[in-house]
Design a protein around this ligand. Structure first.
Ligand code: UD1
Length: 418
């Protein structure tokens, strides 16, 4: 298994380009199942999760073509003959559940493996199921699979018990081909939901309200082909901002936008960083030492859970004490133990972490436990004295495109050991 070696202590500086958003690209690629015409997507990040989803779509009969650098993907779902997502595929990537809504909507049937829990929490899909049932589908959960069947989905009023990102996306896609109007209340407002809605509209869907907590979808008989560019990755952007901040660096990130990142930019300014917002770029200049910042994760537009681990790493070396509250996932502090191995002073009490900034971290061997936890270990490794070895970095390859190349372009001393 690959490891990442980081020699800490380099002040990051320079410019890198941000990739397309993983969490937007995943549902958007699934949207291709809704039409028999080819759909082309650009700015698709080259990530293991994207590769997994494309293989899953191929297994169903979708024709996939990628240009030589992989960033442009054309999907042709005219020949889909197998509306099934097997356990083997879904277990490696929970987002595979996003095929459920489109398959039921277009083919009247789907069998999708239950994703099961993952390291950060139980993560059930009951809301996805409840929504499809409200739209008239007969849904059975048997032998570990969700089996949904319906001649044609019917528009419905759906109120989700909690804000769910992929739940909202699945139901919004399903509603595009339903008979009549669907209203999703308590919808997720994440920018990736809006990006998916924009893509669906480009394919002929009638959607209003995406970005708010009530989304209205008027079903149409069919969607058509389109070309759509995936939005920039706000979590990748935030991660590199934190990496630069912790090293006292100065960086410019291009191909991205601050408009998706208000909560994160705000907190970084509270740490003492200067942030300049340009049209399609962001500049950060960090002080010699950051000030600790407390935060609480919550659905968008509040502070994203996917940035919590990175902020724990910067608080570990900041001046002062920060209190971090995680309200989305029940087990998302696994990076704390690994950060402690580097010398961080962190106390966990339920969903609260108290992080007391220390003067210095020391390089050590640590283990990546999930995608964003891995990012926090990199951030800590960049500022730690000596060498930090991060094991199990396959998590990073799921979500960060060209990670070592981008860090190296900013001056970091980092290398991968196979
Ligand atoms: C998505 C993101 C993930 C991010 C998360 C929260 C993708 C591919 N992944 O995950 O990176 O961390 O949003 O911003 O976009 N829940 C239920 N029942 C359901 C659905 C959700 O109980 O049917 C719970 C979950 O267990 C969790 C909370 O609701 O506690 C929010 O989860 P959700 O927004 O659905 O996360 P994902 O869409 O899986």
């Amino acid at each position: 298994m690959d490891k990442l070696l980081i020699e800490g202590g380099v002040r990051l500086s320079g410019e890198i380009a941000i990739s397309g958003a993983k969490n937007a690209a995943l549902p958007i690629l699934c949207a291709a199942l809704l039409t028999k015409e080819p759909v082309t997507f650009t700015n698709v990040p080259r990530l293991n999760d994207i590769g997994t989803l494309l293989r899953l779509l191929e297994q169903m009969g979708v024709k996939v073509s990628r240009d030589s650098d992989g960033g442009t993907v054309t999907l042709d779902a005219s020949g889909v003959d197998n509306p099934v997502a097997s356990y083997e595929m879904v277990k490696t990537m929970r987002a595979s559940i996003l095929v459920l809504g489109p398959l039921v909507a277009r083919f009247g049937e789907a069998r999708v493996s239950l994703p099961g829990g993952c390291a950060i929490g139980a993560r059930p899909v009951d809301q996805h199921i409840k929504g499809l049932q409200a739209m008239g589908a007969c849904v059975k959960v048997e032998h570990g699979y969700v089996h949904a069947k319906v001649p044609r989905l019917k528009g419905a009023r759906i109120f989700t018990d909690m804000v769910t990102v992929t739940g909202t996306e699945n139901l919004m896609m399903a509603a595009c081909l339903a008979d009549g109007e669907t209203v999703i209340e308590n919808a997720a407002r994440e920018p990736e939901v809006v990006d998916l809605a924009n893509c669906l509209v480009a394919m002929g869907a009638q959607i209003s309200g995406a970005g708010g907590d009530v989304i209205r979808i008027k079903g149409v008989p069919a969607l058509h082909g389109a070309t759509y560019r995936v939005m920039p990755d706000r979590i990748e952007t935030g991660t590199y901002l934190c990496a630069a901040a912790v090293t006292g660096g100065e960086v410019r990130l291009t191909g991205t936008s601050a408009s998706y990142l208000d909560a994160v930019v705000d907190k970084l300014m509270d740490t003492g960083c200067e942030i300049t917002i340009e049209r399609d770029a962001l500049r950060l200049k960090a002080p010699a030492r950051l000030t600790a910042v407390s935060l609480r994760t919550a659905p968008y537009p509040a502070f994203p859970t996917d940035m919590q681990a990175q902020f724990m790493a910067i608080n570990a070396v900041a001046d002062g004490t920060a209190v971090i509250r995680e309200t989305i996932f029940e087990n998302r502090f696994m990076h704390a133990v690994e950060l402690q191995r580097l010398g961080a002073d962190i106390k966990i009490d339920g969903n609260m972490a108290v992080v007391k900034g220390v003067d210095r971290l020391e390089g050590a061997t640590v283990m990546a436990t999930d995608l964003r936890a891995s990012a926090s270990l990199i951030i800590a490794g960049l500022v730690a004295d000596g060498e930090t070895t991060i094991e199990r970095i396959y998590h990073l390859d799921r979500g960060y495109e060209k990670l070592e190349a981008k860090l190296a372009a900013l001056g970091a001393r980092v290398r991968r050991l196979s």
